[in-house]
Design a protein around this ligand. Sequence first.
Ligand code: FE2
Ligand code: FE2
Length: 279
Amino acid sequence: MGDTPGPMASVERGPGFDFGGAVFDLHDPRDRRIVQFVLSQALFGEATGVYCGRSLYAARSLEAAEFYVRQARQELAHLRLFADIFRALDLSPLPAHWVIRLLSSHNDYYPLKVFLEHAVGEGMVLDVFKDLLLATLPDSDPRVPPIKKKLRVVVNDEAEHVAWGEKETAAALREQPWLRTPFYGMFELQMATLPLLVRALRSQAEGHPVLQHLDAFVAHVQANATAQGVRLGFVPAERPGPAARALAIGAGLALYARSQVSRSRSRLDRTYLHELGFE
Ligand SMILES: [Fe+2]
Ligand SMILES: [Fe+2]
């Protein structure tokens, strides 16, 4: 879906999740409401993904500028693609859940942005698209194979965005190692919001072939995100006690509060000669 085929990004997300072959029934009104809920969060996330165009102004290198141009085109394409999926299934979008609104708000502070949005945020999006939607939409429904074809394109693009987030997060932590603690605090908060998001589905989970795996699936997403955090160095290998976690969360919230008033600064006007190899 992207303009130029980006490098096939490889991100470590561990093995997929096993739903034991359970799929949704797209003719059952209850299942349709569940799929509608999930797709509505995806649609909103893709709409806000287009905000990445704003990151072009603060791009720290030509490579970053090129990435954000490509990402903006991809997210715009994803937005239309999810709209096509709604139409194909004859569903209409619902307003987004408040957790999704919170998690997808734009952040102008670059280290926090690449960490929160790309590495952790899009990492979880990747899990939901790849391990949930691709696994639980029924291939027996003639509308589904073309939908999955589109979803696979999205999954490839999202993997690229996650890889970018990991690379930039690692660079930010190398340059400013003190960010580890506030990043860890923000990560703990992000993980704590996930159960709130799926609470909306809980009442329908009992006895449902797919949703009975809901808690295990959330744990799967959290485990993937935690492994990523350990790999990148902002999650301690062993989970700290409640007091240390509370301190980290305080540091994370302070950093987040500061990021809300930080103005993004342009860089390329100062670095373009160096970036182009003239210096
Ligand atoms: Fe996307
Ligand atoms: Fe994305």
